[in-house]
Design a protein around this ligand. Sequence first.
Ligand SMILES: Nc1ncnc2c1ncn2[C@@H]1O[C@H](COP(=O)(O)OP(=O)(O)OP(=O)(O)O)[C@@H](O)[C@H]1O
Ligand SMILES: [Mg+2]
Length: 281
Amino acid sequence: MIKIENLDCMYKTSNNQMVQALKGINLTINPGEFVAIIGANGSGKSTLAKHMNGIMLPKEGDVFVFGKNTKEEQNNLFIKKSVGMVFQNPDNQFVTSVVEEDIAFALENLEIPFDEMHERVRMALECVGMYEYKDASIESLSGGQKQKIAIAGAIVMQPKFLVFDEPTSMLDPQSREEICSLLKRLNETMNIGIIFITQFMEEVALAKRVIVMNDGKIVKDISPGCLFEDIDFLESMKLKAPQITYFCLELNKLGENINPGILDLKECADELAAALKGNKL
Ligand SMILES: Nc1ncnc2c1ncn2[C@@H]1O[C@H](COP(=O)(O)OP(=O)(O)OP(=O)(O)O)[C@@H](O)[C@H]1O
Ligand SMILES: [Mg+2]
């Protein structure tokens, strides 16, 4: 598990001001969980994410990955192997220019025999549906394809957790959907714990648990359905519920009784159809 205890984080800005980005964070994420993290710009999401795999080390507080403190240098490799990270901009995540080489690069420090390395790269590429692009130049790929390669580069390490920091924010709607179903599959079929930072409320519905951050603190730890019902809270956090929630609430204003915690279109259509039938009878 990932266990965060009393984590604070201060940054020094270019004009020597101190900004407290994290304030007393306590959080435990268990293996196999799918957790979304949301919050307004500057609420501390990325800073928190970077503490989960040792990209940033706590000055105050501790982060443990399966009991190992990220601050201790001898735990470095274990932590990098256990918790992978995928960022918003796929272009910033590559070290070589050819797909297969880039994914193999991640394994280079692990002293894995050549055949096994080859096999792991193949599996990672197949998992994201990009094996046929193994010899392609990364530059020639679309944004969505690049993001899949970045994900393959993370799963080749066989991590227990993957942290995604707004992985879909630069993608077109179709690529966004593909990345979201990939995350769901990684979680459901490979049991990889997913920590998913997103600005898209529709995507939050993928998670079983959602953490809301505000001004460096965790202000809610709840299920997406319960969160979306509380529109006033969301709006006070400068967030919004998914369109579907507003749609259900508008219908309720017209006298229907539809559950505003509905998360997907099909469920909403079913409730609406039932309500319409009821009205006709
Ligand atoms: N390198 C840095 N130097 C100084 N201040 C920083 C630095 N990185 C982040 N901050 C500040 O720390 C706070 C939290 O930033 P962080 O990037 O973690 O927020 P976020 O929730 O990820 O925001 P966004 O939604 O914009 O990605 C903000 O006030 C931000 O300005
Ligand atoms: Mg961020």
